[in-house]
Write a protein that binds this ligand. Sequence first.
Ligand code: IMP
Length: 188
Amino acid sequence: MTQRPYHIETMISAKAIAARIEDLAKEIRQAYRDTDKIVVVGLLRGSFVFIADLVRELEMNVEVDFLEASSYGSGTESSREVKILKDLRGPIEGRDVLVVEDIVDTGHTLSAVLKLLQSRNPRKLETIALLDKPARREVDLKATWTGFEIPDAFVVGYGIDFAQANRNLPFIGSVVFDDEVPEAGGKA
Ligand code: IMP
């Protein structure tokens, strides 16, 4: 399949992401201050860069585990059915868990993952999402902590892909298809 030509416009700089993570880490440390160790669960693959930066700011005892739920395949439309493709390696019963998600879009993925993890009886189950697109929500849910609320745009970078490309960009950018760019001087 040939890819429609597109370019990427910076939405959130690497510097702004780093500053926000510092603040979020402080809030998380405070919320888990009575805990010896937390289990940080990254949702693959989009959260891998975020979780790496976040755990290094946490300055507390953490275990890291990963879970992979199905997402968009190679398109940009969210599929409604969420499948667990890779489960956690360790148990979470009675433990303090923090789920790390890249983006909450329709909310189906996080909602399904939380339902699954809750059924394993953790002591505490909180969530952090780097990005939130509230305009597209279909499930009533909000992460405990959110890095940035963004408009309804398809974004890439900082771990997030478009058809498996652009995960390694150090910033968050929006995908702009070249055949959809409004003409200069056109009506707004
Ligand atoms: P939800 O189930 O619709 O909330 O979708 C969540 C997942 O869809 C995220 O974890 C991402 O993997 C993916 N996703 C949502 N929006 C975007 C986007 O703008 N770019 C790339 N992936 C996205």
